[in-house]
Design a protein around this ligand. Structure first.
Ligand code: TXA
Ligand code: MG
Length: 321
């Protein structure tokens, strides 16, 4: 069973022995191993049941440290790093050969970020290698935003979970890179596109295709609860499921439904605040997945600010197969 604690030296020892530690970040918890050790990286894939063609993000303590692992940082991406690191931004940059093939699935670029969490920044300062870390969930399931989420699913497979409390952003990082002179967002995430565009101007979003060779991991079905997850107009869905006598749970942005028992519904933000909704999204999906209901009914958020990234996760959660 995993120990859950705040002992950075313990985490360091486990990592230096080539084993894995779950680490807190501002976005979601990561399943971390020494990114320079192909055997440790292989055990990340195995522990998560993750297909090996889905590359990993490396976590470093600073932009300066990132320079050890990449050949070049194009000026616009450097501006973004200056502005938003530590924070929920991942950059795709040309990798140096010290980064093993297994980290990038053989791609020329490596995904790099500086996470914004004091415990993990301290851990990164204490070890002399970057940490490869995907989200600490079995492949395809909802990402963990608390140490308890990690423990529930991976606790038997890892020895230590560094306890940094609940994640304050709650959505994975926004992934950004360049193709020729164009700035591309490959995954919508915890850093709002409007904030990125304020620094570097217009960007293109390429996050939806499941066959995009630049981001093989952006599968259409992902972040998914075990139960059927249905998105639509909640008033309509509720009346259909009620008339069919099916036991359902409801996930809404800010509305409560009189006709639904309160224990079967979660409101993400009573004030309709999309930041708060993002923070609570994955925990809410887990709670409803563990409830007695057989189906989860959900609605899309307004397509503004973090609403776009939340909708991306909701749609992937709803796709089966
Ligand atoms: O917020 C986050 O990014 C969290 C925390 C733990 O840092 N990590 C995370 O990792 O979400 P993961 O592995 O669940 O998602 C990383 C995504 C994958 O979908 C993968 O396809 C993409 O990043 N990716 C990683 N390296 C890439 C590369 N070299 N080229 C294109 N896409 C890459
Ligand atoms: Mg993930």
């Amino acid at each position: 069973m995993a120990r859950i604690g705040q002992d950075i030296m313990q985490a360091k020892r486990v990592l230096e022995a080539g084993h894995l530690v779950a680490i807190p970040t501002e976005t979601v918890y990561g399943l971390a191993g020494n990114a320079l050790d192909p055997v440790a990286v292989a055990s990340i894939f195995e522990t998560k049941n993750r297909p090996s063609f889905d590359p990993l993000i490396i976590h470093v303590s600073s932009l300066l440290e990132a320079e050890n692992y990449v050949n070049d940082i194009p000026a616009p991406l450097r501006k973004l790093a200056d502005q938003f690191w530590p924070g929920p931004l991942t950059l795709l940059l040309p990798r140096k050969n010290v980064i093993p093939d297994i980290v990038t699935s053989g791609l020329d670029r490596v995904a790099v970020r500086v996470p914004d969490h004091p415990l993990t920044l301290e851990l990164l300062a204490q070890v002399d290698f970057p940490l490869a870390a995907p989200s600490a969930n079995p492949f395809g399931y909802i990402s963990p935003t608390s140490p308890q989420h990690v423990d529930a699913q991976l606790g038997k497979k890892i020895s230590y979970i560094l306890d940094g409390g609940a994640c304050k952003v709650g959505l994975e990082s926004t992934i950004v890179g360049m193709e020729a002179d164009e700035i591309i967002v490959y995954r919508l995430g915890g850093l709002d596109i409007a904030d990125i565009e304020r620094i570097v101007g217009k960007v293109s979003v390429k996050s939806h295709s499941s066959s995009n060779p630049q981001a093989p991991g952006l599968m259409e079905s992902h972040y998914a609860p075990v139960k059927p997850f249905i998105i639509g107009d909640l008033d309509e869905l509720i009346s259909v499921y009620q008339s069919n006598g099916i036991d359902f749970a409801v996930l809404s942005l800010e509305r409560l439904f009189q006709s639904v028992p309160s224990e079967n519904q979660i409101t993400l933000s009573t004030g309709g605040d999309l930041k708060e909704a993002a923070t609570r999204l994955f925990a809410a999906m887990r709670t409803l997945d563990e409830s007695s209901a057989t189906v989860i009914l959900a609605e899309l958020m307004p397509e503004t600010g973090l609403g776009r990234a939340i909708n991306d996760r909701l749609k992937r959660a709803a796709t089966k197969g």
